[in-house]
Design a protein around this ligand. Structure first.
Ligand code: F3S
Length: 426
């Protein structure tokens, strides 16, 4: 690869060994993918293995060691760097019956990890929707880990990020560079598969969960190619777009989509495909959506234990919907309803009274935590999680893969189940 003088200096160790190793990694990735050079980035987003995935046991120790080694003598990140949520709130898990030794270990591990990243200047928002706080401009190059972040930035903002993993996003944060390949290049951002909706499907009537199921279905059928949605309402909301983005990477490993007349690189169908013919077509109707709902649900027991909202982190629209649905109701004593969002949105929702409304009904509004990983990754020996309800097909899919029984449905169905303590099919 052709490197600038500064990049050569990074590679030569002028800026310390952490930056040197980071540049070595990026050069190796760039050469693997045939990148001719690096490109400067304006932001990076980290997925911290030691905060989000493993906070207890041997895996926690190993992932912390890996991160400490990667950061070693680095004093600060070179670009605006955000970070994913932490695994969960250990103290709340303590009130749910988790043993104190487990809670203490998680607390200590999380505090250490946060201090490590924050000492290098990470923006301590701990959210999987950093783009709502720091929206990129069209054409900006970024290096973002976290799949929903990648799809949303590429598709809805027209920013450019490849599928970064934890280590490459960290390397880019330390160097301010990423190899120029993949969807950083305009020719790799064109649509490839046309997605048409059958007449029996009216997206104006969609719930967020319907958008989520559509995303899940198309992700699984697009075979890794960029889908172009035709016929979505021009006034589609930001939450609906978020749900449309969420499952494309889960079921299809996709990095972006276009929605004609909605996303910035698709003002017309022709522009979305760059004047080329679609390579394939996916047609979705009521039956496909209905089957997707059925396929995602893996629970059999109607009795439920958890309702998890906020994967990705809940928007204002969702917070108000959940609060409205819970007004004057009480959540069943055997059910824990969790809604996860970002710190700023939670603070605003608190000010506006929505947090109190949800908590008065017995729910929990959390910020800075992942609403989905803990049922699998933070369960002490002997503790039984039980059945989970989610309004996100991506979350439900992950939980199912992790062996957690799950029901998937709309916010309204989730709230109804939380109150009754039982899942009722629509
Ligand atoms: Fe966010 Fe955790 Fe879902 S990081 S996207 S809430 S799996």
């Amino acid at each position: 690869m052709e490197l600038s003088q500064e990049e050569e200096q990074m590679l030569g160790g002028k800026f310390g060994s952490a930056v040197q190793r980071a540049m070595e990694m990026l050069v190796a990735v760039g050469e693997t993918y045939g990148a001719e050079r690096m490109v400067k980035i304006t932001g990076a987003h980290l997925v911290p293995p030691d905060l989000q995935f493993w906070t207890t046991g041997e895996l926690a120790r190993w992932s912390r060691e890996l991160v400490m080694e990667s950061l070693e003598d680095a004093t600060c990140f070179r670009v605006e760097t955000t970070i994913n949520p932490v695994i969960f709130d250990p103290n709340l898990l303590g009130t749910f019956g988790y043993p104190q030794y487990f809670v203490d270990e998680m607390n200590q591990s999380i505090a250490k990890g946060m201090a490590l990243y924050e000492s290098r200047g990470v923006i301590p928002a701990y959210t999987c929707c950093p783009f709502f706080l720091f929206p990129p401009r069209m054409g900006e190059h970024l290096a973002m880990a976290e799949t929903t972040v990648q799809v949303f930035i590429n598709s809805v903002y027209g920013g450019r990020t490849n599928r970064e993993g934890g280590p490459t996003a960290l390397a880019s944060a330390l160097t301010g560079r990423t190899p120029l390949y993949g969807v950083h290049l305009p020719e790799n951002r064109l649509g490839q598969v046309l997605v048409e909706l059958k007449d029996d499907l009216d997206p104006r009537e969609f719930t967020y969960a319907d958008y989520s199921a559509l995303s899940c279905y198309v992700g699984g059928r697009a075979s890794g190619k960029i889908p172009v949605f035709k016929g979505l309402p021009p006034d589609i909301s930001i939450t609906e777009l978020l749900y449309l983005a969420r499952s494309l990477p889960t079921t299809g490993g996709l990095l972006m989509f276009h929605a004609v007349g909605i996303t910035p690189e698709a003002p017309t169908l022709e522009a979305a495909f760059g004047g080329r013919k679609p390579l394939d077509k996916v047609v979705v109707g009521r039956e496909e959506i209905r089957n997707t709902f059925r396929e995602i649900c893996s629970a059999e027991d109607e009795k439920i234990n958890w309702v998890l909202f906020g994967c990705p982190h809940a928007t204002w629209e969702q917070i108000t919907r959940v609060a409205g649905a819970l007004d004057g109701k009480k959540i069943h004593r055997d059910v824990r309803l969790i809604l996860a969002t970002s710190d700023p949105l939670r603070a605003l929702a608190q000010k506006a009274g929505f947090v109190d409304r949800i908590q008065t009904a017995g729910g929990h509004v959390l910020s800075g935590v992942c609403s989905v990983g803990f049922p699998r990754r933070a369960v002490p020996p002997g503790y039984r999680m039980g059945v989970v309800v989610s309004d996100s097909a991506g979350a439900a899919h992950l939980l199912k893969v992790m062996g957690v029984p799950v029901w998937f449905g709309s916010i309204e169905q989730g709230v109804k189940a939380a109150i009754a303590g039982r899942w009722e099919a629509a």
